[in-house]
Design a protein. Structure first.
Length: 135
């Protein structure tokens, strides 16, 4: 399955709706190209909506970190939205929850770019506790 990326903008924040598997090869290359193009054109406040991503490998994670770093160097930020249980567990395992801001609500992700707006942050500890009880 190839990676599909749909771009939209809300409140001057770019939202990339990603669908497929974020794995080594064309998928990772297409996401990096898309993000690099956006950042070089001055659009460096980006939300990656990963609701449609069922699998991320180590190359996909590495690519996300590189894009995060590039956005930050250019005065912006890359934030993550609607990760699956597996992908959240992957971020926790790799300690990337200390790098990325993660949201389960699109409006909160957008609001996080504006200091005066209310934000409902994703609570990783609550999520893990719920998963533990569900298992």
């Amino acid at each position: 399955m190839s990676l599909e990326i749909h771009q939209r903008e809300k409140d001057s924040v770019i939202i990339l709706d990603v669908k497929g598997r974020l794995t080594v090869g064309d998928a990772v290359a297409s996401l990096r190209d898309e993000l690099t193009q956006l950042i070089s054109s001055g659009k460096s406040n980006i939300v990656l909506n990963l609701a449609g991503v069922d699998y991320i490998d180590s190359t996909g994670l590495g690519s996300m970190v590189i894009c995060y770093t590039t956005a930050k160097k250019n005065g912006g930020m890359l934030k993550l939205l609607q990760l699956s249980r597996r992908n959240i567990e992957l971020l926790v395992l790799t300690k990337l929850t200390t790098v990325f801001e993660v949201f389960d609500d699109e409006q909160s992700a957008i609001n996080s770019f504006f200091p005066n707006r209310e934000i409902k942050r994703f609570d990783i500890l609550s999520f893990l506790e719920q998963q533990k009880q569900a298992d």
